[in-house]
Design a protein around this ligand. Structure first.
Ligand code: GTP
Length: 166
């Protein structure tokens, strides 16, 4: 079973880093901004089902926003990423979810990741507000750190499980 997942979120929140850590167990402190979307495959088992996830990394900078539908239109799941040290990046997640619901409805499985939890001391996004929002849109939330390899397998396992069950 082949499943397509798209990583969405503001520039610099850590989408490329999440992908590289999850698929190749690599991390770069000076990861460059993505200018062109690309994907990596990862095999994953969900119970007795073997799935191949094609995880698409997209460019987060605002000037690329209009390209979004090209990548999410036929996706089975979306991982919406924000940076816990950047309040604006969480507002951007809310904007993405509105857009996804409008264009692809509830067909697509959505999971939200609060990345860079290794920088907890610089947190700018209020946790209670995040949890309330996630509940209101029925999306699961995970804390992740691509840098320290925290929460990523949990996050993708959950996404895969929901996509397989759909
Ligand atoms: P765009 O390509 O512009 O959309 O950015 P992106 O969302 O793909 O972010 P990227 O992975 O390029 O990471 C941006 C910066 O944040 C890089 O310098 C990364 O090293 C850093 N970074 C990514 N994840 C983490 C993390 O979990 N913790 C910390 N401390 N830094 C991180």
């Amino acid at each position: 079973m082949r499943l397509k997942v798209v990583l969405l979120g503001e520039g610099r929140v850590g989408k490329t880093s999440i992908l590289l850590r999850y698929v190749r167990d690599e991390f770069a402190e000076k990861q460059q901004s993505t200018l062109q979307a690309s994907y990596l495959d990862k095999r994953i088992s969900v119970g007795a089902t073997n799935a191949q996830l094609s995880v698409w990394d997209t460019a987060g900078q605002e000037r690329f926003h209009a390209l979004g539908p090209i990548y999410y239109r036929d996706a089975d799941g979306a991982l919406l990423v924000y940076d816990i040290t950047d309040a604006e990046s969480f507002s951007k997640v809310q904007k993405w979810i509105k857009e996804l619901r409008k264009i692809v409805g509830t067909e697509i499985t959505i999971v939200i990741a609060g990345n860079k939890v290794d920088l907890e001391r610089n947190r700018q996004v209020d946790e209670a507000q995040v949890f309330e929002y996630c509940k209101s849109v029925g999306a699961k939330h995970f804390y992740t750190s691509a840098k320290q390899n925290v929460g990523l397998s949990e996050c993708f396992n959950d996404l895969a499980k929901n996509m397989v069950e759909k």
